[in-house]
Design a protein around this ligand. Structure first.
Ligand code: SF4
Ligand code: SF4
Length: 399
């Protein structure tokens, strides 16, 4: 495992961090993965109050194995749920209990999306609260995770004496949100930069257009798309830790292997060119920048928003028919309770929750236009009847 320095604290951070948002629900499996990562040198574990069951799992894992002192815990304050200064303590105390620790090494204000949100927290007295927690040794490093405009990110960097930051960054998002300019400015200020969404919700691992995969394989037949994306990040010295939500052993094995050999400045000019070519192909294919984070859910009409956008993007990246089949599947159009993009009542509840600031209502109208052709419902009904008949026949044959 390679490590990069936090020059402010003296911590050596593993370049691969464990993103604990979607740990397997099976405790045994989750703990086995966490232990494998720990034994291979991963020392940065990122969780949040809002990730269901995650803080508890991490806390249990650390306590059970007596390894709390060897790892760095990063977790986050759900700031939109804080209405008075008392709430800061309330959530923080719950988090310490869940994580079975008295100190949070890296504490973040979760998902700030504009300067106004920080100013509201300042009005509630968060600066005094942070100073107090730091002086008592309950918080070591303070930072924020960010999904907003680059302008506000740069303003936020100057608005407080942060110790570190966490941004969304990958080769498709070079000029999106904080972007490369934000990364550079944070690094100039000497702040460690933690990267989230390195694979853009998995798209850069398993959702690339065929042509993009071909370009990568032509350059190196053994390197996976995920490997290209992670190495592209570690190639940059301004990147400190890349978070990956690893919930399968194969994925963890691959990432550990990559983190063993990755170093800043390792990309050749030819490899840079591969990434440029892949970006061109990707941008020509993908229409909606949905990462599948699910923050917009639930929808009062039960529309599976990320799945609708997933099918929509697939229809451009891979082909209309593949996207249409995916759409029929995710909307359950053949079942009893179909939930189509066209059922959106445009209430707008989802949009304020989307960290990518996607115009979801408009997006779903495009999804509807692309997939809900006249006669679709009749075809679905016909397929449903056929399937029902077939299962009745099968039951009769088996009885
Ligand atoms: S705007 Fe549409 S998709 Fe969004 S929450 Fe309302 S009904 Fe659901
Ligand atoms: S629409 Fe936005 S909030 Fe919903 S899954 Fe996609 S990126 Fe996440």
């Amino acid at each position: 495992m390679q490590y990069r320095d936090n020059q402010n604290s003296g911590d050596k951070l593993s370049i691969l961090g464990y993103g604990c948002m979607r740990l397997p629900s099976n405790n045994e499996k989750a703990e086995a993965l966490l232990m494998q990562a720990y034994r291979s040198g991963v020392n940065y574990y990122d969780t949040a109050y809002l990730y269901p069951g995650s803080e508890e799992t991490v806390g249990r894992f650390l306590a059970k194995n007596g390894i709390r002192e060897n790892i760095l815990i990063a977790t986050k304050l759900p700031h939109t749920m804080c209405h008075t200064a008392v709430d800061f303590d309330r959530y923080f105390d719950i988090q310490k209990k869940r994580l079975q620790t008295g100190t949070i090494d890296y504490y973040l204000i979760h998902n700030i999306s504009d300067l106004g949100q920080w100013e509201r927290l300042c009005g509630l007295g968060i600066k005094d609260w942070i100073a107090n927690k730091k002086s008592q040794g309950e918080i070591s490093q303070i930072g924020f995770s960010y999904h907003g405009s680059q302008k506000d990110f740069l303003a936020l960097l100057d608005a407080y004496e942060w110790d570190f930051v966490q941004i969304q960054y990958n080769y498709i998002n070079i000029h999106y949100q904080a972007g490369v300019e934000g990364l550079m400015r944070a690094a100039e200020k000497g702040l460690p930069v933690i990267i989230m969404e390195p694979l853009l919700g998995g798209k850069l691992a398993t959702g690339l257009p065929k042509e993009a995969v071909r370009i990568m394989q032509q350059a190196d037949k053994d390197a996976s798309p995920a490997g290209w994306a992670l190495r592209w990040l570690w190639n940059q010295p301004e990147v400190t830790v890349v978070l990956s939500g690893m919930n399968e052993t194969a994925q963890l094995d691959e990432n550990l292997q990559l983190a063993e050999h990755a170093h800043a400045g390792m990309f050749t000019q030819a490899e840079d060119q591969v990434i440029h070519d892949v970006i061109d192909v990707f941008n020509a294919s993908y229409k909606v920048p949905c990462t599948g984070c699910n923050y917009c859910m639930p929808c009062p009409k039960n529309i599976n928003i990320p799945a609708c956008f997933g099918a929509y993007n697939t229809s451009y990246a891979i082909g209309w028919m593949t996207g249409e089949m995916q759409y029929m599947n995710v909307t359950g159009i053949i079942g009893d309770n179909p939930r189509l993009a066209g059922d959106c009542i445009k209430c707008g509840q989802c949009e304020s929750r989307c960290p990518q600031h996607i115009e979801i209502r408009k997006g779903l109208t495009s999804v509807k236009r692309r997939f809900e052709f006249p006669g679709l419902k009749s075809i679905a009904q016909f397929v449903r009847k056929m399937m029902h008949k077939r299962s009745v026949k099968k039951d009769a044959a088996n009885s």
